[in-house]
Design a binder for this molecule. Structure first.
Ligand SMILES: Cc1ncc(COP(=O)(O)O)c(C=O)c1O
Length: 421
């Protein structure tokens, strides 16, 4: 049987993963490239993204405000280009995508447009233990409409470590025409589970409810077909799998069935098409596109590195990329499984079988100590109190060999921390 290290080297060569790394900048550990598995938290900078930040400040110095038109490409065009670069990763039509604001802000904005409770249809269905910001979002949106979570919020419970599609379907059917909105995280931030979005979307639509998504952990991580699934709206951040940079600019999707010249419920001048924006007309006019959702002047210093990162990503074919990413995470599982099968194994993998890049490990003992030892060895993974480590190798800039090394380092770290050495 092929040794896992030989397999890793062969796969890196076959798929060109080691060569791909040169487009990114890595943290260093003891003058060597660290092992970075945190694409689910903050993706690494593309080299071109680093350079473009200097380019923008140079253009700013050279042109002042004229940079909006005179820079190359004009700053004016960056938001449209970033949206166009994203469409293949969303399975969207070009007019359905806009790049603006940040995630929680965009979700509030979308809820204010789409969530219009009536005495008959007012409930929101979510997954239990969603990311806290989504919980606050939904609670405060209900309060904004004079409702309470007790009467209007239905949380589908997690059973064991994951959610079952069947549970969502049963709850949606049971609540029927009282459901205004089903709102889910596409990939759950904690256990890494990818929900069966197309099936749940169809069930919501059958009851006449809207279907919305938080794609923070899904975009760039798993294949999406938002248009075909008839998702009504979605929003995401771009600092994780899209490598946009810390706190970088987010985005939203509005299905074209909802796009009309009225634009969004809440409007701003940046939503007016470019050729009319400076006419300063007191009457808002919009094209029938998600671009009408823009409200404010975007941060060019945030847009430019995102666009650069997307251009690097778009050298890859999305489906081939997702296939490679799956092989990489499967290899990670293969490296970890023997460690979970030892007598008194210190951890288990709780990520359900449908997932993207991320795996979540739950430790029975000494989890924090193990995490600290990994960190001290230049291994970047993430610690969640009280007992979880999350890690996500991405085929953008991780290799099979790195995954192999991680398995070796983790095995040694367990021996060390558990006094087995
Ligand atoms: C699933 C999920 N939703 C929402 C957020 C909040 O994002 P933001 O701070 O950009 O609004 C995050 C942040 O990591 C997240 O992981």
């Amino acid at each position: 049987m092929e040794h896992p290290h030989d397999y890793a080297l062969r796969m890196d060569k076959q798929y060109g993963l080691a060569a791909r790394q040169t487009a990114y900048v890595f943290p260093q550990h003891k003058a060597q490239q660290a092992l970075y598995f945190l694409g689910n938290s903050l993706g690494l900078p593309a080299r071109e993204a680093q350079q473009v930040v200097y380019k923008i400040t140079d253009e700013w110095a050279a042109h002042g405000v004229e940079g909006f038109f005179a820079a190359q490409p004009p700053w004016w065009d960056l938001e449209t280009e970033a949206a166009a670069q994203l469409t293949p990763w969303l399975g969207a039509q070009p007019e359905e995508v806009a790049v603006l604001n940040s995630l929680t802000v965009n979700l509030h904005f979308l809820f204010l447009h789409f969530y219009k409770p009536t005495p008959q249809r007012f409930k929101i269905i979510v997954e239990e233990k969603a990311f806290p910001s989504d919980q606050y979002l939904v609670q405060s949106q209900l309060e904004f409409h004079g409702l309470t979570p007790e009467v209007a919020l239905i949380e589908v419970p997690r059973k064991g470590h994951g959610w079952s599609t069947q549970d969502f379907l049963e709850v949606i059917e049971r609540e029927g025409d009282t459901v205004a909105l089903v709102f889910l995280g596409g990939v759950n931030y904690y256990n890494g589970q990818l929900l069966d979005l197309s099936t749940i979307a169809a069930a919501a639509q059958q009851q006449g409810a809207l279907f919305g998504l938080d794609l923070a952990h899904a975009i760039g991580n798993v294949p999406l077909a938002l248009h075909a699934w008839q998702v009504d709206f979605a929003a995401w951040c771009s600092y994780k799998y899209l490598n946009g940079g810390p706190g970088s600019i987010g985005g939203l999707f509005v299905h074209d069935k909802h796009l009309d010249k009225q634009g969004p419920a809440l409007k701003g001048w940046w939503g007016v098409p470019k050729d009319k924006r400076f006419l300063m007309d007191p009457q808002f006019t919009a094209g029938a596109s998600a671009a009408a959702w823009h409200q404010s002047t975007p941060s060019i210093l945030a847009l430019a590195p995102l666009l650069a990162a997307l251009k690097v990503r778009n050298r890859l074919d999305p489906q081939a990329f997702f296939d490679e990413q799956k092989m990489l995470t499967d290899f990670l599982k293969q490296q970890l499984m023997p460690l979970t099968q030892q007598v008194n194994a210190p951890f288990e993998i709780i990520t359900p079988s449908r997932h993207g890049a991320q795996l979540t490990l739950i430790f029975r003992e000494k989890g924090k100590m193990i995490f600290d030892h990994l960190q001290a060895q230049g291994v970047y993974v993430d610690w969640r109190e009280p007992n979880a480590i999350r890690l996500a190798p991405t085929a953008l800039y991780n290799t099979f060999e790195e995954v192999y090394l991680l398995g070796q380092i983790l095995a040694e770290t367990l021996d060390h921390c558990l006094g087995r050495a």
